[in-house]
Structure formats: C-alpha cells, structure tokens
Design a protein around this ligand. Structure first.
Ligand code: FAD
Length: 501
C-alpha cells in the first residue's frame, strides 16, 4: 500500500498531524502498536465496570485552547468532541486545616488570597491584569516552531507592543525558578505552595531554573478559561480525531508495530512492521515517537549523521510518574473544607521545601518519603464517568525514579516496581487519608500503574516519564527536538503538518 505520509504512532500529535495532512489532500496511514489509538490519552474501565478512568492525561485544557482546535474544532465537534468545563480548577489543603485554590473567578481568587495576605491579594489582581497583556505574546512563542524565523517576528512584535522592559521581564520569567518567581511576588507560603505544585507536573521542583512559567500560566489561564476535561472521558478527543481522519480518507492500522523506517538513497521511503509487512510513503515518514526510539531503534545503522544520532539518543528523560485509579462511594471528605470536593485537582504538596525534597529523593533513585500527590476528581466535573452517585479519583504521583535504589522512608524493602508498587500506593493513600479521614472505607476498587507499567503501555513513557523528555532549560525551547513537548496541545503534530503543506 502506498501513502503520501506514514505516521508512526497514534498519539494525539500523530493523529492531529494526520488530520491536517489529510485535509490538505494527502493520503495518510497511521500505524499504532497498541490495540487502541490515543497513546497517552486513553480511557478504560480498569477498576470496576462502568467506572471510566482516564489512564494518563485528563486535563484537556491545552487541546481545547490550541491552534489545532481553532482550525479543526468544528469538524471534531461533529465527530463527538465535547468538553466538561471545570470552574473550580486546583487547590491545595494544608495540614493546619486551611486551603487556597484557583477558580474561574478572579474576585473569588483575590478574596481567598486576601485571607492570607492583603499584599498578595493586590499582587494577584495586578498579575491577573498583566496576564491579558502577556498571554498573546507568550502563547505565540509557545506555538511557534523552534528554531524558526517566526521567533524573530514574535520578539519584534512584543518589543513594539510592550516595550523593552516587558521583553526583558518576560525573558527573566522564562529562566526563573518557581521559588525565585514566587518569592519575588508573594509573601504567603501557602499561595506559593499552591502555585509551585504546577512546576512538579513538569519536572521543575521549586529551585530548578526555567520552572516559573508553567505555574504562572496554569494559574492565570485556569482563572481566565477554567479547566477542560473530555466529556465522558479523555478518549472523546481521540475518537473525534480518528473519526475525522477516516472521513478525510486516512487509515489507522492498530496492532501494527513499526520495526524500522525504510530508506532509499538516504531518504525515508516507508516502514517495515514487526510482522514483516512493508508500506511505502511518497512524501514523508513521520514518527510520533521519542527521539531515542527513532534514532536508537527505528533507523538501523544510524541516520547518516553521527552527530545528530548522538544528540537525539542523549535526550534526557524526565523523572517517572505513577498512577492510581480509584473507584469509590464518595469523594474524599476533605478536612480543610467541603468546597474542595468541587475542584478538578487537589494537590497534596503543602510546602516548597517538601517539593524540593521529594524531587531530590526521586532523582537520587529513592522512593520519596512524602511524594507530591495530585488528586484528580473528574466525577466532580463530569458525573457520567461512574454509576450514579459513585465517583472515581485520578491520582498522579510526582515524581518517582524509574530504577529504585531504596526508600527514603526506610520502610519499603524491594527494588522492583512490580514488587513494591502496591506498598507504595498504600503510602500515597495514607497521605490522602491524613487530609480526608475515612476515605479508605469509601474505596470500591483501585488499579495501580507503576512507572514501568506506564512504559509497557506506551514506549514513549520511558521509565514512566510523562513529559517525552525533561523540560529543563538545556533541552527546552531552541534545544528541544519535540517542541513544545509535554501536554495535549497537539503542538508538535500540528506545527509539523503546517510546515509540510
Ligand atoms: C500519567 C500521565 C498524565 C498526564 N496528564 C496530562 C494532562 O492531564 N494534561 C496534559 O496536557 N498532558 C498530560 N500528560 C502528557 C500528555 O499525555 C502527553 O504529553 C501527550 O499525550 C503525548 O502525546 P503524543 O501524541 O506526542 O505521544 P503519545 O501519546 O505518547 O503517543 C505515541 C504513540 O506512539 C505509539 N508507538 C510508539 N512506538 C511505536 C512503534 N514502534 N510502532 C507503532 N506505534 C508506536 C505509542 O503506542 C503511542 O500510541 C500526561 C501524561 C501521562 C503519562
């Protein structure tokens, strides 16, 4: 079979790329090793029947606000794409029974900040106003290919619109650590901790340079637009992408693992599958896979450029993550207040120092004594994911080692994830219990995915890395082969398709 383009992998980036190429008239074939499309966007009944869990990504805010959605949103909606919007986005409870949180309501957030510090409430208002001016330029930067001439024009436009001090301040934000940015702007440790938790969604503990941007953007963007979950499950997005691709004449081959990219006179001309079948591509072979996999495995004998091979194979993965999916009778009864049951995410990460410690322990190969726990409460937003009156939790652990050298708490003996994952999940659930006593009795079922289980599900999740490679400055922006990197914004797939057409 001949295609114009072959795409290896049906992650949302592969599908977004395929859709845009097919819309421009290309004949596209997508080849996926798994039995279902979607990569790190999957919804499955992994605890009990009728409890639908987003196994990996759950927050589709990046997709909902993406340039890809602006271009193809109408057709995707026709193919069933729908979002469930969260008004109450994220919150952090503290051991003393207080909490801070961000909702899609600036005055509410300011009032919450004022309960900790009048000065912080004022800062929050100023930051909210400033975000309106920052956002178009920052999102233009994040949505441009790297490197490209567009960058110069974005920089020039920002300079002319906002002036040189703004450009310098923004560059300073881009290289700041979360702690430096938060210390400069806020006096309440609780507000700082609530925002800093977003750094840990990537691999930025409070003292890593380059980590300030995400906490700032997520807080301000959630306040402006809310968060978006997929209606009924994140896979609604994959089904819509797949359905639209098929309407455009594209083909998706499932259970079709690509073994290697075939070349003729140095040009990629097709793929050979693990089962020996071969397919040709007239114009492009596109890999929705990590650089380490493409350059380390799919191009036997190398790409022909030894330096490029070396660089691509040395891309550093981010730290690992772990998922615990819970089916339950009710949401946790948060000691800090019943309002917390309305939030999409509750972060159990009460201080910057605790976040630094857990990050350093994980990087040194230890199971953190007190990990950062992200408790997602999807049924608070979209009750249809569970039988009436019942709930699910989406619990993510940040951050963990792929290879275990020991336990920072000195309690778990094993070093094999298969052996220790349930014991480690118990540690997590004990932390949750300390913030919401009695929750353990409400649990109906749980499924635990260790970092290595994640990699088994999808080789792009190398060692449980959910970022497709560390986002630290040395491999971000101009230095990132898979820009703009982690998240479901369809950024790299859409950028590439536009560059090709
Ligand atoms: C636990 C977890 C939680 C997350 N939460 C969020 C969130 O809430 N919001 C958010 O924005 N982002 C989140 N992310 C990140 C986000 O899911 C990913 O960055 C994004 O989905 C990556 O998409 P992709 O298309 O680039 O790659 P992937 O989704 O990784 O897709 C790659 C595909 O390629 C396939 N493949 C690999 N090798 C081969 C081969 N040889 N042959 C054929 N197929 C192959 C894989 O099976 C996979 O289907 C999360 C990630 C994880 C793991």
């Amino acid at each position: 079979m001949n295609y114009d383009a072959i795409i290896v992998g049906s992650g949302h980036n592969g599908l977004a790329c395929a859709v845009h190429l097919a819309k421009q008239g290309w004949k596209v074939g997508v080849f996926e090793r798994n039995k279902v499309a979607g990569g790190a966007v999957q919804t499955r009944e992994v605890t009990l029947t009728v409890f639908r869990h987003d196994l990996f990504a759950i927050n589709l805010g990046l997709f909902a606000g993406s340039p890809f959605m602006r271009t193809h949103g109408e057709a995707l909606t026709r193919h069933g794409l729908a979002f469930a919007g969260a008004i109450d986005c994220f919150a952090t409870p503290f051991p003393d029974g207080t909490w801070f949180g961000v909702s899609k309501d600036v005055e509410k957030n300011i009032a919450r900040a004022a309960s900790f510090s009048a000065a912080d409430a004022e800062t929050w208002r100023e930051m909210s106003n400033k975000f309106g001016r920052d956002a178009p330029h920052i999102f233009a930067l994040l949505g441009s290919p790297m490197p490209s001439r567009d960058l110069l024009s974005i920089g020039w436009k920002a300079w002319r619109a906002q002036g040189l001090p703004w450009v310098i301040d923004t560059l300073r934000l881009l290289v700041s650590s979360p702690r430096a940015f938060l210390d400069e702007n806020f006096e309440s440790d609780k507000i700082k901790a609530t925002l800093a938790a977003w750094g840990l969604h990537l691999d930025f503990s409070p003292d890593i340079a380059g980590g300030a941007l995400f906490p700032y953007l997520e807080a301000m963007a959630d306040q402006s637009f809310g968060m978006a979950l997929g209606q009924g499950g994140a896979d609604v997005m994959i089904k819509a992408l797949s359905g639209y691709l098929k309407e455009l004449g594209g083909e998706i081959h499932l259970d079709a693992e690509v073994d290697r990219i075939d070349r003729t006179n140095g040009r990629a001309t097709g793929v050979t599958l693990k089962d020996g079948r071969q397919f040709q591509a007239r114009r492009a072979v596109i890999a929705n896979a990590l650089p380490q996999i493409v350059f380390g495995k799919m191009l036997p004998g190398g790409s022909g450029n030894a330096e490029a091979d070396r660089r691509m194979k040395s891309v550093r993965p981010g730290p690992g993550t772990m998922m615990i999916h819970v089916a339950c009778d009710n949401l946790p009864g948060w000691t800090a207040g019943p309002e917390l049951q309305r939030f999409a995410y509750v972060h159990l990460a009460p201080s910057l120092d605790m976040m630094s410690r857990t990050y350093n322990e994980a990087l040194a190969g230890f199971l953190p004594g007190e990990p950062v726990v992200v408790v997602g409460q999807p049924t608070a937003i979209d009750p249809n994911r569970a039988p009436q009156g019942k709930h699910i939790l989406w619990i993510q652990v940040r951050v963990l080692p792929a290879v275990i050298r020991g336990d920072a708490a000195g309690k778990i003996e094993g070093k094999d994830w298969a052996e220790v994952k349930e014991a480690y999940a118990d540690r997590l659930m004990a932390i949750l219990e300390s913030y919401a006593p009695g929750f353990a009795k409400k649990i109906l079922g749980r499924a635990v995915f260790s970092p290595l289980d994640l990699e088994r599900e999808n080789p792009n999740l190398l060692g449980g890395d959910n970022l497709g490679g560390s986002h630290h400055l040395r491999q971000n922006f101009l230095f990132r082969p898979t820009w703009p990197g982690a998240g479901v914004g369809a950024g790299s797939g859409f950028m590439l398709a536009r560059m090709l057409t």
